[in-house]
Design a protein around this ligand. Structure first.
Ligand code: T3D
Length: 260
């Protein structure tokens, strides 16, 4: 496995940590391909029921490694960076039918920020901050930023974030709905662990279908969405976890869900 990430699985939770701390975990090609492979592994492994994406060191991720991007000898084209690195990562984060948590331990910039916003839960240490960064170097936002930001915070704030690239603190990000929660740094690791363990012990088949519904809701009208909710509720109702959940309720005991 590439040293650009660390990847571990424990008790149903897979943790992918970006591991280029000296360059604030900015993405080179090797790290992007390693993240894609790790996400594919998580998707294929039935024992993985929740995924945490985080960064080693002080930063979460500073987006594209600008040294690699402009290297006159090894520079990689925008087409390759978008089509082979960031777009596959965003597509996987959205399509894997398991909860994905971005544990934003430090600054998140450019594609690094937008990867966090694409996750099902973005949780940030109060030491973290976010900046779109793209406009400062003459680029347009990528990695789904123009899709997710207006949906998360509304058109006006999203436009300001993307055009001005001002840094926002984790607490500001929480208050505008850009992330789920900002947590004191001393409690951050524990909070992320608790959230991931809690999700992994839930009826994860239903959570996966919930994510499918949320994704579809971006494109559906109400009738289409109601129909799809009906179809997926039938499938959820046939699951082991539904029977276990109802039996546990009636028997006044804690349910033991298997994600099937
Ligand atoms: O080809 C393409 O570019 C297309 C792809 C686009 C996707 C994108 O993500 S575009 C956006 C790229 N990212 C940025 O423009 C962010 C650049 N970085 C920053 O603005 C700042 O570093 C941060 C706001 C992230 C953090 O600021 P600060 O003051 O806390 O830290 P720093 O001192 O600037 O950075 C710490 C180190 O990380 C430093 O190295 P050094 O001096 O200690 O050896 C810095 O050079 C390095 N670093 C940070 N970001 C990047 C980086 N090295 C390479 N690429 C980076 N993106």
């Amino acid at each position: 496995m590439s040293a650009t990430i660390t990847f571990q699985k424990d008790n149903g939770v897979a943790t992918i940590a970006l591991n280029r701390p000296d360059v604030f975990n900015s993405f080179n090609r090797e790290m992007a391909l390693a993240v894609i492979a790790a996400l594919d592994d998580c998707a294929a492994d039935a024992d993985v029921r929740a995924i945490v994406l985080t960064g080693n060191g002080r930063a979460f991720c500073a987006g594209q490694d600008l040294n690699e991007a402009i290297d006159p000898n090894n520079g990689i084209s925008f087409e390759v960076i978008l089509n082979e690195h960031y777009n596959p990562i965003i597509r996987r984060i959205r399509s894997i039918e398991k909860p994905v948590i971005a544990a934003v331990n430090g600054v998140a910039a450019g594609a690094g920020a937008n990867i966090a916003f694409a996750c099902d839960f973005a949780v940030a240490s109060k030491k973290a901050s976010f900046t779109q960064a793209f406009s400062k170097i003459g680029l347009v936002p990528d990695s789904g930023g123009t899709f997710f930001l207006p949906r998360l915070v509304g058109l006006q704030r999203a436009t300001a974030l993307m055009m001005l690239s001002d840094k926002v603190t984790a607490e500001e990000a929480e208050s505008m709905g850009l992330i789920y929660k900002a947590i004191d740094d001393t409690e951050f690791a524990f909070f992320v662990e608790e959230l991931a363990n809690r999700l992994a012990a839930m009826p994860t088949k239903a959570l996966g279908m919930t994510k499918r519904l949320i994704n579809a809701g971006f494109n559906h009208n109400l009738d289409q969405q109601l129909d799809m909710e009906g179809e997926l509720q039938v499938l959820a109702g046939e699951s082991y976890d539904y029977k276990e959940g109802v039996n546990a309720f009636l028997e006044k005991r804690k349910a033991v869900f298997k994600g099937i």
